[in-house]
Design a protein around this ligand. Structure first.
Ligand SMILES: [Mn+2]
Length: 237
């Protein structure tokens, strides 16, 4: 759709209040905009269940205009709660704050296992004419030509293919990478022209006490905004 605004958020990790504040700051309109979340909705933060409920209801209302991409944390949860219940997967998830998610759901009289299918349906990437969205990174600009590990866990920054929007690796500020030598900070609150190639990294470590950052795209222009975290600084990883 030609005039559809695209709103991109990432790495919410249970930071419900900051997510709501950021969506307001980006003038998010669920009746008309497209919302893309780049994954990692669960684990670590204070209001994991509230984030789930909010995004589930939005997806219900918005349908295809709400794109919820899978991050490594959703993947770890799905692996840990699958029928095989592999001990190694459970250990990996719990080492990455999985218990916090388990207890957040129990605190609301639910088990996260009830919603496995909802999380399972999340795609690994989303492609638009202008950009690609993925949780962690791409090596090849064709998402299908990447290993799943790259899509959800990768930390490469030397990508120079078609523009990709990512989260996963927290930086102090939103950054633009292109190839092995180019890196620059993205200034907030100002409209800029959408680059054709490279990588825009939007995770600014809200759950670690820094900021939650999002982006709005209109035609070939974009703007980045952020809100302060209310989480006390903690362990990184
Ligand atoms: Mn991640």
């Amino acid at each position: 759709m030609r005039n559809e605004r695209v709103v991109v958020i990432t790495d919410i990790h249970g930071c419900y209040d900051e997510m709501r504040q950021l969506l307001d700051k980006l003038s998010f309109d669920k009746g008309h905009d497209r919302l893309i979340n780049l994954g990692d909705t669960i684990d670590r933060g204070p209001k994991i269940y509230e984030v789930f409920e909010f995004l589930r209801d939005l997806k219900e209302e918005m349908g295809e205009r709400c794109v919820l991409i899978k991050g490594n944390h959703e993947q770890m949860m799905l692996d840990a709660t699958s029928a095989e219940r592999n001990r190694r997967y459970k250990d990996l998830w719990y080492m990455n704050s999985g218990e916090k998610t388990v207890f957040a759901f129990i605190g609301h009289k639910h088990r996260i296992n009830e919603f496995r299918e909802w999380y399972e349906q999340m795609p690994y990437y989303y492609t638009d004419e202008r950009f690609i969205c993925v949780h962690a990174c791409l090596k090849d600009e064709d998402p299908e030509k990447n290993e799943r590990e790259t899509l959800i866990w990768g930390r490469d920054t030397d990508y120079a293919g078609k523009l990709v929007l990512t989260g996963h690796t927290p930086y102090r500020l939103p950054l633009y990478f292109c190839g092995s030598s180019k890196v620059g900070e993205i200034r907030e609150g100002a409209w800029g022209r959408l680059p054709g190639s490279g990588m825009i990294a939007l995770d600014t470590g809200c759950v670690f006490g820094n900021r939650l950052t999002g982006m709005v795209i209109e035609e070939d222009r974009f703007k980045v905004e952020s809100v302060a975290s209310t989480v006390m600084a903690g362990r990184r990883g």
